[in-house]
Design a protein around this ligand. Structure first.
Ligand SMILES: N[C@@H](CCC(=O)N[C@@H](CS)C(=O)NCC(=O)O)C(=O)O
Length: 204
């Protein structure tokens, strides 16, 4: 399998952690994709009309996107219950935690794009909007122990941990850890997992 990939993408990070957790990492070759791109000839558009990473090309040529669909596929392929509980109630709870983490990732990626926009073209309320989402999400994770249960590391936890890793990587809210100490403690703990160490976000 071939994964269109970047070490800077939080959506790719989720998939890389999932690959490590399911023991499938060695079955995937990585190819670096620099996106976004407006070049219609860019190789990513040959496999994904949305031009986005992660995109996974299977050995039979089938193409999977996005990160959630790829995660479902990895869960099927590994044949074990690692990323997503099969039990209905637990499954919905995991997907809800994934929605929180993933929604936060989407907002933080949009915030980073806004920050890279020339100052005279920025819209101040946009940054405020993303900052509110971040504050509300961190406050909820701090208040609800189930959102940071270190005895578990499923797809929901991977998404929330990835959002926090991205906030640190992009320095979106320096000092967040002292403001939300329980969340910071959970994040420090899960960051030591071999999957999180192997998938660490970096420039490059
Ligand atoms: N919903 C997608 C989002 C993927 C995404 O937005 N990836 C970014 C990189 S972090 C990207 O490819 N951006 C290029 C673009 O949107 O044109 C997923 O979960 O995989």
């Amino acid at each position: 399998m071939l994964l269109h990939w970047s070490p800077r993408s939080p959506f790719v990070h989720k998939v890389m952690v999932a690959l490590e957790e399911t023991g499938l990492r060695q079955r995937v070759e990585l190819t670096r994709s620099v996106v976004p791109t407006v070049d219609p000839e860019h190789v990513i558009y040959l496999v994904n009309p949305l031009g986005q990473i992660p995109t996974l090309v299977l050995d039979d040529g089938k193409v999977l996107y996005d990160s959630l669909v790829i995660s479902f596929y990895l869960e099927e392929l590994c044949g074990a219950e690692i990323l997503l509980p099969r039990d209905g109630g637990k499954r919905i709870a995991t997907l809800r935690r994934h929605a929180l983490g993933n929604g936060l990732i989407e907002a933080m990626v949009a915030w980073v794009i806004e920050r890279y926009t020339p100052a005279d073209k920025q819209i101040p309320t946009r940054s405020q909007h993303y900052a509110v989402k971040l504050g509300k999400s961190l406050a909820l994770i701090e208040a609800d122990a189930d959102l940071r249960d270190a005895h578990r590391f499923d797809l929901g936890d991977i998404a929330i941990a990835t959002a926090l890793a991205y906030i640190e990587f992009r320095k979106l809210q320096p000092g967040w850890a002292s403001q939300y100490p329980k969340t910071a403690e959970w994040f420090a703990q899960v960051s030591q997992r071999p999957s999180m160490v192997a998938a660490r976000l970096k420039d490059g």
